[in-house]
Ligand binder design. Structure first.
Ligand SMILES: *Cc1c(COP(=O)(O)O)cnc(C)c1O
Length: 370
């Protein structure tokens, strides 16, 4: 019996390593509220991500909400619907209006020219998403934000450790959100962080994420939530940080097998490689065009499933098509995003996926292609 293969598999450190970290927590009896593990992880992540300012969170979604609240945003936020639910929900939950912009057909990230056409006097911010490990056009977006005095927040949930030139991806824009969810390249079981350019934001961000209390204060200066990272999550983060480079290297190997076996086929589009960008191989999306290769995305997924391989339609549907947003916000005119959501399939990619399994996955697809 072959084992089932899922689209991802969580990164786990050797159990003994984690138990050792837990021993310290048992000794200190300090479980949350910026304890020693939290502080250590914060320092190590600052270094790893190459950022000046960072705050840790219970998860990426709460971090994104706190980012919007810390910047005091009220009004329209231009974003893309080709993303995970979190991006759009965070905007709506904070009482802002998502304005859906189309994506670029090559990078599948926000189309900056189209974003400019959507700016009105109600626009307060841009919230683009770095998808799959591919980065947005950070320079053009910053220029656009400056020109119209807009805040720029990145959903960087997929781009842990990605660099543009020698700069960490978290150094761009006003604020970036990273997710440390179990399914991501790097995890703290659940967790996330914000990185930001203005150091004076730290006090406000961390107050809002802890019931509105500034450090040491008994009176709340902000309406706040509870989104603190616990010591047991931070301990997992310290362990996984020691293994993440090896994990990314393993992902790269698998991605290269996929590249070599699936490239050059009419009707199969692979992700664009960005020059000057050091990616993290977070996801391996493939776009199918049935007219050219004979199978569509769903047929490819079905063929893999017959062999107990579970690829995923990610992202489908667009967040602008969610039931909860029907009639609430303009859906937006997003033909490129529509097409990507209809045709994309994300293949299994995680540290430890064997070369043989990667080749088997390609061969199943190649057998279906005409
Ligand atoms: C995972 C993810 C999030 C949310 O992160 P959580 O840590 O799960 O809350 C947000 N945006 C995108 C694009 C994601 O993939």
């Amino acid at each position: 019996m072959k084992e089932k293969i899922f689209v991802t598999r969580p990164l786990l450190p050797p159990l003994e390593e984690y138990v050792n970290e837990l021993r310290d927590i048992w000794d200190a009896r300090f479980l949350t509220n910026a304890g020693p593990k939290h502080q250590k992880l914060e320092a190590e992540l600052k270094d790893y991500l190459g950022v000046e300012n960072i705050s840790l969170f219970s998860n990426g979604h709460m971090a994104l909400q706190v980012a919007i609240r810390a910047l005091g945003l009220k009004g329209e936020i231009i974003t893309t619907p080709f993303t995970y639910a979190s991006t759009t929900h965070a905007i709506a939950e904070c009482g802002c209006t998502p304005v859906f912009c189309d994506i670029d057909p090559v990078t599948l990230t926000m189309d900056v020219k189209k974003a400019e056409q959507l700016i009105t006097d109600r626009t307060v911010a841009l919230l683009p998403v770095h998808v799959y490990g591919t980065v947005c056009d950070v320079e053009a977006l910053q220029k656009l934000a400056n020109k119209h005095s807009l805040k720029l927040i990145y959903d960087a949930a997929h781009t842990f450790g990605v660099k543009v030139g020698d700069k960490g991806i978290g150094t761009f824009g006003d604020i970036s959100m990273f997710s440390f969810h179990a399914t991501k390249v790097y995890n703290t079981v659940e967790g996330g962080c914000l990185t930001y350019s203005d150091p004076s934001l730290k006090e406000k961000i961390e107050a809002i994420h802890a019931f509105g209390f500034k450090s040491g204060s008994v009176n709340a200066d902000y309406v706040g939530t509870n989104a603190k990272m616990t010591e047991v999550s931070a301990a997992m983060g310290l362990c996984n940080l020691r293994h993440v480079d090896k994990a990314i290297e393993s992902r790269r190997r698998t991605a290269e097998i996929y590249d070599s076996m699936l490239s050059g086929i009419d009707g199969i589009t692979l992700l664009h490689k960005q020059s000057g960008v050091e990616t993290n191989y977070a996801y391996y999306p493939v776009l199918f065009c049935k007219e050219k290769c004979g199978i569509n995305r769903d047929e490819a997924a079905e063929a893999l499933k017959r062999d107990d391989i579970f690829a995923r339609k990610y992202f489908y549907p667009l967040t602008s098509d969610f039931n909860c947003y029907k009639g609430k916000f303009d859906r937006g005119v997003t033909p490129t995003a529509d097409k990507a959501a209809e045709n994309v399939l994300v293949l299994p990619l995680y540290a430890g996926l064997s070369d043989d399994d990667a080749k088997r996955i390609c061969n199943i697809i190649l057998n279906e292609v005409s």
